[in-house]
Design a protein around this ligand. Structure first.
Ligand code: ZN
Length: 153
């Protein structure tokens, strides 16, 4: 790629390292013309297909903003949300697909959110899965209780 300093058409990779989450590679580059150093990030593309059919790049920030409302008043920190968004991205990438629709993305969010905070999970699920009756809440809560019972045995 072009040197950002002198626009020279070539650059040399002097160091590559994989990010801690293993999802991106950061390369240090040096321009052979002016000696300027800069970094590039390389990630596999991952797109979200919205209900409208519009395709946009997957964004952890959008996952977080989608979940934040459900977490209002709950003991969930920004760091927790960042970890959740990373878990969602890893789960989506593990499917081996470079595209996901918003429906499947919502499903990918539910599991880590449930581990993080069950009240936030119920709130998010109620909106996302369009709960329209108390029975929907009851069956979700019954499922949570059953899993608690199974876990404590
Ligand atoms: Zn240069």
């Amino acid at each position: 790629m072009h040197c950002p300093f002198c626009r020279h058409a070539d650059s040399r990779v002097i160091d590559s390292r994989t990010s801690d989450d293993g999802l991106s590679i950061r390369r240090r580059r040096q321009c052979p013309e002016c000696g300027g150093r800069f970094s590039t990030m390389e990630t596999a593309s991952l797109n979200v297909i919205k209900r409208s059919g519009v395709i946009e790049p997957f964004s952890r920030e959008k996952v977080i903003s989608g979940v934040r409302k459900a977490c209002q008043g709950r003991p969930v920190t920004e760091a927790d949300l960042a970890v959740l968004a990373q878990a969602v991205e890893e789960a989506v990438r593990q499917t081996g697909s470079s595209q996901i629709d918003t429906n499947d993305l919502g499903l990918a969010i539910l599991e880590p959110l449930r581990t993080l905070d069950e009240v936030a999970y119920l709130r998010f699920a109620s909106v996302y899965q369009a709960f329209d009756s108390l029975e929907d809440f009851e069956s979700s809560i019954a499922q949570l209780r059953a899993d608690h019972a199974a876990a404590s045995e």
